[in-house]
Structures are given as structure tokens and as C-alpha cells.
Design a protein around this ligand. Structure first.
Ligand code: NAP
Ligand code: 8YV
Length: 320
């Protein structure tokens, strides 16, 4: 029996490529001089895709007639059309849970950096400005803030636990109330935005959440408002956010994700009162290794047992 062929449309961590190439024929398009030619040559053989950040839409999958599984490196799989995959009988897996604590840690770091202007304070020391002036007091504090979390799933809950440890009991908005949680629930996002002064966004990307945070929500949040987005750039209407920051409709923002990564609007870069991170929510070696191992485990489990480890909700298969 020939080894199954696994396609990597974009570059992957070595932990994944080393293990996959030991077991399978691994085709890495990022390494190919003629990626289109390589893809055309192997299309009939490809049984699995392993992807980090590449768009895997219906047309891409339809061009691979023997495709069985798409393993996504990341819990968010908005670049993979999982509904189309289900219709085509293709399994989709992601990397849930192994990154919850890391992403929640990053979120609290970003929240504190934004409220207390810690990157700006660091710059005050490095540029020598401290010799002449004390760093200005920050206009705001985490203490006494009312925090609303949009999305109370695996990572949202880990963020909420950390906020409680900081003396802040959050409220939350989702489409469905989480009955095991005591936090105040809002079925209406605008109502929550009006009642809080801090919003943390941790929902999936995709059409259902496109521009969920718009001008109206930012106006409801108000002039003391802080927005922290660790979800996907698509969830926030970025031009509306920029305008709201310029017009002081809200106070500040801490952003780990952007609409067109890695391109960040110059208007945001030019603002001194926002904190911008290059999508590093899960970006530690231990966390990315755990994610990578789960990708490998899904592929190996699929080919050995016919069942993936962590299929996404749209995928109609039984979890092992
Ligand atoms: P999860 O467990 O599936 O939780 C998602 C939460 O969002 C659920 O509470 C869900 O509740 C809510 N939600 C979904 N659609 C919504 C909508 N239209 N309006 C309001 N709430 C909605 O996912 P997770 O593991 O916590 O991950 C969440 C997302 O974080 C990922 O999909 C990814 O995009 C992002 N992420 C970013 C980083 C980073 O590096 N910045 C790292 C990891 C993950 P309902 O279904 O009841 O609405
Ligand atoms: C990763 C993420 O940066 O898991 C996710 O959804 O956004 C992050 O953990 C990404 O998936 C890997 O590129």
C-alpha cells in the first residue's frame, strides 16, 4: 500500500512536518518553486490537508477528489469552509482546549497593557524621557471596571476566571446562555455594551460574527470604553473602530487580531493610545507544540482508526 498523501498548502511548524513526513508522503507547497504545478500533479493522491492560515474553500476541496480530512492548526477554523466539507463528506478538525490558558493569559496581559499603558511606559524608560518627566498617570484602572465578555466558550471561561482573580466579576453575551455559569448573561449585545465600560471579544470569526462590533456597539460602550479583541479581525468593523478612537467615542483598544493580517492600518499604528499585538494569543513554544501535536494526532488517528480526535461541530463523526 502506498503511503497516504498529505498536503500542506502553507508553511507548518517543524513539529508537524517532521512527524507527518515520517509516516506519509507530505507535500509542502510553500517549499515548491511551482506550487500550482505540484498541486495539479498530486491532486488525485491527496487524502489529507494540514493547514495553518490558508483558505480551504469548497473549490479547493472539490479539486482534490480523494480528500478525506482537513486538519486545522488553530482552534479558529474560519478559513476552512467546514459546512462545504461536511457536504463533501470531508472531516474537519481543529485544536481546542490545549490553548485556552495561554490565550486567556495573553488576553489579561493585553487588557492590563491597554488600561495601564504599559508598552508606552516601557518606551518612556527606553527613550530616556523619564529623566525629564514622570510617566503620566493613566486615566483609567482595571479596578472598578465593568467588563463584558463577548463569547463565553472554552477561552472565554478561562478569561472570566482570571478576571475574578483580579477582583472583577465579568458579565457576558453569547447567543445561548451558559446555564452552569453564575455570571450575568445578556442576550442582547447592545444592552451589555451600554452597561459595561470594557469589552473583550473571544468569538469565532466567519459570516455569523462579521462586524459584530460596529459603530453602534462602540457608541454604547462610551467615552471611557476599552475594546480588547483577541478573536478575529473580521469580528470588528475596523474602519468604524478607527473612527471611534480618533473621535474619542471610546478611550482605547487592545488588539491582537486585524482584518487583513499581517497588514495593520497605518491609522492604528499612528495612535499612541492603543496597544497592538501581532496575533500572539497562543504564541509560546509549549502552547504551539501542544497544538501541533493535536494536529498530528488527528491525522494519525484518522488513518489508523477512521476517527479523528477533535472534529469541529459541523463534522458529522463520532469522537474517539
Ligand atoms: P468556543 O469554545 O467555540 O466558544 C465560542 C463562544 O462564542 C461561545 O460561547 C459561543 O456561544 C460564542 N459565539 C459564537 N458565535 C457568536 C455570535 N454570533 N454572537 C455571540 N456569541 C457567539 O471557542 P474558543 O475555543 O473559546 O475560541 C474562540 C475563538 O477565539 C476562536 O474561534 C478563534 O477565532 C479565537 N482565537 C484567537 C486566538 C488568538 O491567538 N488571538 C487564539 C485562539 C482562539 P454561542 O454559540 O451560544 O453564541
Ligand atoms: C493561532 C488562533 O495563532 O487557534 C487560533 O484560532 O488564532 C491562534 O492560536 C493560529 O491558529 C495559528 O496560526
Amino acid at each position: 500500500m502506498p503511503k497516504p498523501t498529505v498536503l500542506a498548502p502553507a508553511a507548518l511548524p517543524a513539529l508537524i512536518t517532521e512527524q507527518l513526513s515520517d509516516r506519509y508522503e507530505l507535500i509542502e507547497l510553500a517549499e515548491a518553486d511551482d506550487a500550482a504545478g505540484v498541486l495539479a500533479e498530486c491532486a488525485e493522491r491527496v487524502r489529507a490537508i494540514v493547514t495553518q492560515g490558508a483558505v480551504v474553500d469548497r473549490a479547493y476541496m472539490e479539486a482534490l477528489p480523494n480528500l478525506q480530512i482537513v486538519a486545522n492548526f488553530g482552534v479558529g477554523y474560519d478559513k476552512v469552509d467546514a459546512a462545504a466539507a461536511a457536504e463533501l463528506g470531508v472531516i474537519v478538525t481543529n485544536t481546542p482546549d490545549v490553548l485556552n490558558e495561554e490565550v486567556a493569559d495573553t488576553t489579561l496581559g493585553l487588557l492590563l497593557m491597554t488600561i495601564r499603558q504599559l508598552p508606552q511606559a516601557d518606551q518612556h524608560v527606553r527613550t530616556g524621557a523619564w529623566v525629564n518627566d514622570a510617566f503620566p498617570l493613566t486615566p483609567s484602572s482595571l479596578q472598578g471596571r465593568k467588563v463584558g465578555i463577548i463569547g463565553m466558550g472554552r477561552i472565554g471561561e478561562a478569561i472570566a476566571r482570571r478576571l475574578e482573580a483580579f477582583g472583577v466579576v465579568p458579565v457576558y453575551h453569547t447567543r445561548t446562555q451558559r446555564s452552569h455559569l453564575d455570571y450575568t448573561y445578556y442576550d442582547n449585545l447592545l444592552a451589555m455594551a451600554s452597561d459595561v465600560d470594557t469589552l473583550i471579544v473571544i468569538v469565532p470569526g466567519g459570516p455569523a460574527t462579521q462586524n459584530l462590533i460596529n459603530r453602534e456597539v462602540l457608541e454604547a460602550l462610551g467615552e471611557n470604553g476599552i475594546l480588547v479583541n483577541v478573536a478575529r479581525g473580521s469580528v470588528v468593523d475596523e474602519p468604524a473602530l478607527i473612527k471611534a478612537l480618533q473621535d474619542k467615542v471610546i478611550l482605547s483598544a487592545g488588539l491582537d487580531v486585524f482584518a487583513d493580517e499581517p497588514n495593520v492600518p497605518q491609522a492604528l499604528i499612528d495612535m499612541e493610545h492603543v496597544v497592538l499585538l501581532p496575533h500572539v494569543g497562543s504564541a509560546s513554544v509549549p502552547c504551539r507544540n501542544a497544538m501541533g501535536q493535536l494536529v498530528v494526532d488527528n491525522i494519525v488517528s484518522w488513518f489508523q482508526t477512521g476517527a479523528p480526535v477533535t472534529p469541529v461541530a459541523e463534522t458529522p463523526v463520532t469522537v474517539l
